[in-house]
Design a protein around this ligand. Structure first.
Ligand code: GDP
Length: 422
């Protein structure tokens, strides 16, 4: 593959900027600029020279093909992080006939060279996009190949079961009893158990990756916007004492103990003759219904009956004006009373929802696991030949999970969200 280069660090001023070059001859190109680098994976402190002129003092490293991120020969130049230095270096590389990399092209090469599987790449993409601790942890597990390791074990079981089944097929030709050995079914059942566990843990893992939604619901003027302002410590929602001011759904994204949470301030829920307000209310109900959790707010600490789901939180608002809250949590956005308790409660409820999280957090991965799982349903009832076929279908789904087959369709999609230089 041809030589590509990119700035691997974000553009702009900083301590260092890293330029990465990948492809056959990457080392030679770097050496034309910084002089000889005899050993791989050693850092050389050098002058970077372009057309006889010193451009910068840099650290230069190279990696041999087969032991680099992309699997190709790679050179990295660590420049001083000044845009003008980067520009000069980029121009020098272009003059040497090297092509700027597309977004995600280094990772694409890593995939094509067998350095990473598709699930690891999805994990790496998640890691680069992670904002909270829980997202980082989940992404790192995926990026470091945890799913691939599991899939390898699963495939080994399928292969063993397949071999046992093949043996009984051969015997069948010779009119010897053609029972599939019990061990094959045991392997298949164990595998189905593990697949089911991962499939069941999908929604929780997906929530960790994409973030939770918590809707604040209640009648107009019950203090929802004031609460969201208090939570976000900035004026994002319009607070006013005229009922029906929040016409749409306002979102505030926050990090709650490592979980990414989007708080939704919904339009006041009431009957309305105003067409625009009605649309807002419909939207609010829909979002609130689908949210992971609802905080019901009213002066009296009552639920919104048609939106209430088990586990929801009910608060009595404007607690500073009232002494009694009944069984509801008293909260005042004015004084801050109860706000920390409310946040702790939300965090606790969402953390409970993550308890079952598996490592599969992408719909694509889930689909393949379901295919692998479904293919193995009721195998005991099937004729021997069809058992073999079921095992093959299941195995193909695991191959697709890792991108060993049919990966092309997904690559463009995955890399479209990657940065240049990754
Ligand atoms: P929403 O329509 O449910 O979003 O309600 P708002 O947040 O706009 O609040 C309605 C009115 O109640 C505004 O005048 C707020 O200033 C007032 N308010 C909101 N929360 C509190 C509170 O905790 N204590 C007091 N005293 N007033 C509040």
């Amino acid at each position: 593959m041809d030589l590509i280069f990119a700035e691997a660090t974000p553009p702009g001023r900083g301590g260092v900027s890293v330029i990465r070059i990948s492809g056959d001859g990457a080392r030679a190109i770097a050496e034309r600029m910084v002089g000889p680098m005899p050993k791989a994976r050693h850092a050389y402190f050098r002058n970077l020279v372009d057309r006889g002129e010193n451009i910068d003092q840099v650290l230069a490293i190279w990696f041999a093909a087969g032991s680099s991120f992309t699997g190709e020969e790679v050179a990295e130049l660590q420049l001083h992080g000044a845009p003008v230095v980067v520009r000069r270096t980029v121009r020098a590389l272009l003059d040497l006939g090297i092509r700027p990399a597309d977004a995600g092209e280094f990772t694409r090469r890593a995939f094509l060279n067998g350095r990473m599987d598709l699930a690891e790449i999805e994990g790496l993409g998640d890691l680069l996009a992670a904002e909270t601790e829980a997202q980082r942890k989940l992404a790192l597990r995926a990026a470091s190949g945890e799913l691939a390791q599991k899939a390898e074990t699963w495939r080994a079981w399928l292969i063993e079961a397949g071999a046992l089944v093949e043996v009984s097929v051969d015997f069948a030709d010779e009119e010897v009893p053609d029972d599939v050995p019990e061990r094959a079914f045991e392997l298949i059942e164990t595998l189905r158990g593990e697949l089911k566990h991962q499939i069941d843990g999908f929604s929780a893992a997906e929530r960790i990756r994409e973030g939770f939604e918590v809707a604040i619901v209640g009648p107009p003027n019950s203090g929802k916007s004031s609460l969201i302002n208090r939570l976000s410590k900035r004026d994002v929602a319009i607070v006013s004492d005229i009922a029906g001011t929040t016409r749409d759904v306002i979102e505030v994204r926050m990090d709650l103990g490592g979980l990414a949470v989007t708080m939704l301030d919904t339009a006041g829920l009431r009957e309305s003759r105003d067409a625009i307000e009605s649309i807002g209310i419909d939207r609010a109900r829909e979002r609130a219904r689908n949210a992971d959790l609802r905080v019901h707010m009213s002066d009296e600490g009552q639920r919104v009956p048609d939106l209430y789901q088990s586990g929801d939180i009910v608060v009595a608002s404007r607690a500073d004006l009232r002494a009694e809250a009944g069984t509801s949590l008293p909260v005042s956005s004015e004084t801050g009373q109860g706000v920390d308790d409310l946040l702790a409660l939300i965090q606790e409820k969402l953390t409970d929802q993550t308890a079952s999280a598996g490592i599969v957090s992408h719909e694509r991965q889930r689909t393949e696991l379901i295919t692998a799982f479904d293919a193995l349903a009721d195998v005991r009832e099937l004729p021997v030949e069809l058992v073999s076929e079921s095992l093959r279908v299941s195995n193909s789904a695991l191959d697709r999970l890792l991108g060993r087959i049919d990966a092309e369709d997904y690559l463009d999609l995955i890399f479209s969200s990657f940065c240049i230089g990754k």
